[in-house]
Design a protein around this ligand. Structure first.
Ligand code: SF4
Length: 365
């Protein structure tokens, strides 16, 4: 058997996406620039709606790939042979994606849904032929059916929410400390009241770790009174301020540069910071991909019919972290959209007739 083959790139991918994480690949529009000497070879392709693109995943790590892997790198999936997965780390890092052809301009193909980065060499293009390229009775293992079903549904929820409500642009804060303070003050409080408390802190020049350490506890409590539980929350803010000074010399850039698991453990050690608050700080402050679970999220997921087997915070978080691409911007938007739905429609008494998810929800009335 020949040990080595020579492949020739026929073109290159031009995309705004240069490295992981990928946004939702189904929405990405990219160009495939085919070598101009092959322009004629594309004639007639524009009559097809979809193409199969083969490309060389040049960013895949070099070296000997493992022969057994957990699919998608997820430990909860069984250890299976490398060729049972779509892992990019394989002896020949060839990627295959079926894409929608939006336009052909000479030697340029404008396509949607190509999960390849900018600069990826393209090694072949084939027309997608229904009936030939899709198999009606294809069988897949149970772990894949389950994982794909959840991912598919989480994706559907996101797309329907963003189509209805648009981008939410969270978190509303002018600077990082304000974000962290807001995450603590919003515990059991409406955001409008948190804003009043933050404005009081700003007016008193108390929105800094140094000022929060210096001010007596009762004065901090008075300033944040509008957001409720003010004595307890004042103690939490002072604990946070002392911790920031002791461990980070008030340097939030250094705090946010901490590795995500380490950062989470450290935040959880601070008085008054629980899992939801810690994850909000990590996602919206440090811009690191971790999914925030709150009561609204649990309510919607339970009603839709995706509740995990246990009721723990971790179980809900795992559902999202494993079912979605690891992307902090996606996680931010998704969480904000769920809050928006819960406040407007999926309330304690849901308004299912107005809900954009009523076509996929098991509990619609
Ligand atoms: S259909 Fe009703 S119960 Fe289901 S998510 Fe929408 S509002 Fe909530």
């Amino acid at each position: 058997m020949a040990k080595e083959l020579t492949l020739k790139a026929i073109g290159v991918v031009r995309s705004k996406i240069t490295q992981p994480p990928q946004p939702d690949p189904e929405k990405v529009v990219s160009e495939i620039v085919i070598d101009s000497s092959l322009t004629e070879a594309l004639d007639g392709l524009e009559e097809f709606s979809h193409l199969i693109v083969l490309y060389w995943m040049h960013q895949a790590s070099a070296g000997q790939p493992p022969t057994k892997v957990h699919p998608m790198g997820k430990q909860e999936f069984p250890l299976v042979g490398l060729f049972v997965t779509r892992s990019p780390h394989r002896p020949n890092p060839i990627g295959v994606t079926t894409v929608r052809l939006l336009q052909r301009r000479g030697n340029i193909l404008v396509v949607q849904g190509l999960d390849a980065f900018d600069g990826t060499p393209v090694i072949d293009i084939k027309p997608y032929i229904p009936g030939y390229d899709s198999v009606a009775d294809a069988r897949v293992p149970q772990w894949l059916t389950k994982a794909y079903g959840i991912s598919q549904k989480l994706g559907d929820i996101y797309h329907q929410l963003i189509d209805r409500y648009g981008s939410q642009h969270w978190w509303p804060a002018e600077e990082p400390l304000e974000m962290i303070v807001g995450a603590i003050l919003t515990q059991s409080a409406a955001w409008s009241n948190v804003e009043k408390a933050i404005n009081n802190l700003k007016a008193a020049r108390a929105l800094s770790p140094k000022a929060l350490r210096r001010l007596p506890l009762p004065e901090v409590a008075t300033l944040i009174r509008p957001c409720g539980y003010y004595n307890a929350k004042a103690l939490k803010l002072k604990s946070l301020a002392h911790w920031l000074g002791d461990c980070y010399k008030d340097d939030l850039d250094k705090l946010f540069a901490t590795e995500v698991n380490d950062l989470r453990q450290q935040l959880l050690s601070v008085h008054g910071i629980g899992q939801e608050t810690a994850d909000s700080i990590i996602l919206y402050g440090a811009n690191k991909p971790i999914f925030v679970i709150d009561a609204y999220t649990r309510r919607i997921i339970n009603r839709i019919g995706l509740a995990p087997e246990t009721n723990s915070y971790t179980a809900y978080q795992t559902l999202f972290m494993h079912g979605l691409p690891t992307d902090s911007e996606l996680f931010k938007e998704y969480h904000a959209l769920l809050v928006c739905l819960a406040k407007n429609v999926c309330r304690s008494r849901p308004l299912c007739q107005q809900c954009c998810l009523n076509n996929i929800c098991q509990s619609r009335r």
